[in-house]
Design a protein around this ligand. Structure first.
Ligand code: TYD
Length: 214
């Protein structure tokens, strides 16, 4: 069984906190767990991440898409596939749904004639998530959380600093992907709730989908 779970949502949705909590929970249950993220969780990917997000350069949208896909292919081959082959759970902070939401929808690259969804499939190297947790939170609440983080000294990335309208397009795209998700791969978490409530929602989905007990 493929045990890849991806965590998705707008910046500030709380998915990274939940990823950490799920990994602790699964480990307590005795499972092998690898946690990882995109972009940047390989040595080459770290360089790509810096090119993409540090803000020293502003890539045109086409370049931005290609760099995210380059990071993904490297990540799948170098980290995700070997981890899945070893039988571990792989919890990945962002994957192709982010590219659909940020580059194809919010940057409007999906309006072009090229079939970019095929490029997304190519970069996945055959690896699809068994389950995607979508942390749904209103954009104004997500932006409020991001502002709090900035006040606490956390450095914003080039994309965090995009206008609210950009984040609204990202948010709408995630909702659309959830609505179109005939296979049921994507599960919606109400991420406007407190962290403990969201954690319970996540555990309930994992118990139901994978027959985990605890
Ligand atoms: P990061 O600092 O890792 O934060 P987050 O906790 O929000 O994931 O920032 C990654 C940024 O890259 C985030 O703004 C989303 C964006 N992104 C894309 O635009 N396309 C993609 O394919 C991926 C994986 C991320």
């Amino acid at each position: 069984m493929n045990k890849l779970i991806t965590f998705e949502g707008v910046d500030g949705c709380g998915k990274s906190t939940q990823l950490k909590r799920v990994s602790d929970w699964l480990r307590d249950l005795g499972h092998d767990v690898i946690t990882t993220f995109e972009p940047g969780d390989t040595p080459l990917g770290k360089e790509i991440r810096s090119l993409l997000l540090a803000g020293d350069f502003v890539p045109v949208p086409e370049t931005e898409l290609l760099l995210f896909l380059a990071d993904r292919a490297q990540h799948v081959r170098e980290v995700i596939q070997p981890a899945l082959a070893s039988g571990a759970w792989v919890l990945c902070d962002r994957y192709s749904d982010s590219t659909l939401a940020y580059q194809l929808a919010a940057r409007k690259l999906g309006d072009s004639a090229a079939n970019l969804k095929e490029m997304l499939v190519f970069a996945e190297c055959g690896v699809r998530p068994a389950l995607t947790l979508w942390f749904d939170v209103p954009v104004d609440e997500a932006m409020r959380r991001m502002m709090k983080r900035a006040e606490a000294g956390e450095k914003a990335t080039r994309l965090d600093d995009e206008a609210e309208s950009f984040h609204e397009r990202v948010s709408f795209a995630f909702k659309q992907q959830f609505d179109d998700n005939a296979s049921g791969r994507i599960a919606r978490m109400d991420a406007a709730q407190g962290m403990d409530d969201v954690e319970k929602q996540v555990r309930d989905v994992l118990k139901q989908r994978f027959g985990l007990s605890a």
